[in-house]
Design a protein around this ligand. Structure first.
Ligand code: HXC
Length: 258
């Protein structure tokens, strides 16, 4: 049987997706993105999963959309299929936290896939970039929107217009990644973080993710109201009573994710 394009596994309450086209540095063909979106959908619907990790290989998280597949497409080809629009919209709607564990190249659509995740843990060998301009196109998976939000306008302009790559240290300084770890530790670190998250009460994790995303999408007033209402709502959960009683009783909480 041939190797899957995306390996899907579970580690306790963590769902793990591994991009698996090493010969082409995990270039993101339509089939790969479909499989990622389908696996994310299944993890999102699975009560036994509390967080998701997506990773690639040591050499590449993903070196971008599949240039060989795209090179002969016409405008009408990409417009009619709304190239990657549906899958991308789906990924945006995943409600459980997703961590990108990035080693090696995260370029073009690969960088955009990592930025679409909730946070990025990078290996010291990670390289981020949006080199589409060298191909006569621009980022199409959110790079022109998410990169400036992550690193500011100056660095985003610099990277997108010159196609230069950013190493892990610069990416951490600029706020693109949350942690940099030795390259051989990336996946373990991400799985550990995901395991910590997955042990928290799922409703509060999901509401926290939703509220943080409001910080990017809504004016401050609305974001603050959204946060406050969800803060209030969590007082209706079993896990709020359990979490607070466990603190008072000096024991670990037993969350039921409800
Ligand atoms: C298809 C790719 C690929 C890609 C690498 N490969 N990136 N195939 N699409 N994006 C293939 C190469 O053709 C080569 O195949 C094999 O992977 C190994 O790559 P090399 O170039 O030989 O490796 P190396 O010299 O180490 O250089 C690594 C690299 C370089 C710097 C990452 O591969 C590179 O620049 N890749 C393209 C990066 C890029 O432009 N990404 C943006 C794509 S556009 P063979 O058969 O020769 O061994 C995009 C748009 C997003 O992402 C928007 C979507 C809506």
């Amino acid at each position: 049987m041939s190797e899957p394009l995306v390996k899907v596994e579970t580690r306790g309450r963590v769902g793990l997706l591994t991009l698996n086209r090493p010969k082409v540095l995990n270039a993101l063909s339509n089939e790969v993105i479909d499989e990622v979106a389908n696996a994310m959908k299944a993890f999102d619907a699975d009560d036994n999963i509390g967080a998701i990790v997506i990773t690639g290989s040591e050499k590449a998280f993903a070196a971008g959309a599949d240039i060989a597949a795209m090179k002969d497409w016409s405008y009408t080809d990409v417009y009619k299929q709304d190239y990657l629009g549906h899958q991308w919209e789906y990924l945006r709607r995943v409600r459980k936290p997703i961590i990108a564990a990035v080693s090696g190249f995260a370029l073009g659509g690969g960088c955009e896939l990592a930025m679409q995740c909730d946070f990025i843990i990078a290996g010291e060998n990670a390289k981020f970039g949006q080199p589409e301009i060298k191909l006569g196109i621009i980022p199409g998976f959110g790079g022109t929107q998410r990169l400036p939000r992550a690193v500011g306008k100056a660095k985003a302009m610099d990277m997108i217009l010159t196609a230069r790559m950013m190493d892990a240290a610069e990416a951490e300084r600029a706020g693109l990644v949350s942690r940099v770890v030795p390259s051989d530790r990336v996946l373990d670190e991400a799985l550990e973080a995901a395991t910590v998250i997955a042990a928290m009460s799922l409703p509060s994790v999901m509401m926290a993710k939703e509220a943080i995303n409001r910080a990017y999408e809504a004016p401050l007033n609305e974001g603050l109201l959204f946060e406050r209402r969800n803060f209030h709502a969590l007082f209706s959960t079993h896990d709020q009573k359990e979490g607070m009683n466990a603190f008072i009783e000096k024991r670990q909480p037993q969350f039921k994710h409800e």
